[in-house]
Write a protein that binds this ligand. Sequence first.
Ligand code: BGC
Length: 380
Amino acid sequence: MKSIRFVALGGALALGLTACSGGGAGSGGGGEDGGGDPADMTIGVAMPTETSERWIADGNAVKSQLEEAGYSVDLQYAADDIPTQSQQIDQMITKGVDLLIVASIDGTALANQLQAAADAGIPVIAYDRLINGTENVDFYVTFDNYNVGVQQATSLLVGLGILNEDGSEAGATGPFNVELFAGSLDDNNAHFFYQGAMDTLQPYIDNGTIVVKSGQTGIEQVATLRWLQETAQKRMEDLLTSTYSDGTKVNGVLSPYDGISRGIITALQNAGYGDSIEAGLPIVTGQDAEIASVKLINDGVQYSTIFKDTRKLAEQAVTSAEAFLEGDEPEANNTEDYDNGVKVVPSFLLESDIVYADNIQSLLIDSGYWTEEQVASGQA
Ligand code: BGC
């Protein structure tokens, strides 16, 4: 199946060579053996939004690494607007890019674009988020998203004193009041994160150590459209005035992303929970090691986050892109878990780490991800 596509790919790129001889992208051509000169090739990179700093870091890292390898790059952000992203990808295809790297907004909304890409022989790499409902996604680079969810829940259990950082039982039996938040339902990752988290929390819910007082445990009930901070803040405010109006306290909140965590923390602070965990804030988890949240962790306000080194993900995307452009297949380390509804997409998964206040230095500063000054100021 793959090799058939590659024959088609070579042909389409050769065609592209003639069709685009007026210049512009798409003129690199794979050639007979699939290899081409990077200097003649353009890669289209479609990113979801600039409102969250992780995507800015991803975009910059992918662009600079591709440029170092000699390629031209067309990098576009879509302001979290689905039609904008579709249009940007349409334009990249029309311009004749040689390959597409796509971090989708809605993982089910790009089937038409990807069909056009396939028809033009343009390989497509899904970046971080899987694109669903199409056979025209050739490869997927991401983190082990299920394990990210396990790590989020584990850090919540550590913060509550139920587990130690090494995963052994720490002894606390609660009962602890915990509320749950998930990401955007149209993002495939949100489901993996939540599943990993719930599989980890369920035994403690079952034995009564954890109580979800609102009763809201289904992903549809706890999801946050577009991962928006304000939406999460509003839901937390609503929970506080409904479920917790009897004076009982929230002890922990499962949050899937740092922006959401900050919305949750703002709602709690406004409701009088205090300015720090020590002063009464619940344990709140996160994801992405955004600088504003790393500062909050350092200051004892947010409890944890998950560090996904976007430099490594960019590197993996670039390595995979080069493989396609040289007529090879990228190396997958997972060919089972990411079924997009039409096929299982060969994937490369990277590992992530839990960040607590006591390992900010070793994980984030020593690795050069953030400087000490950035952590202290909370500014990138
Ligand atoms: C990413 C997360 C990110 C979230 C919100 C997910 O698809 O995997 O790293 O926190 O989107 O941007």
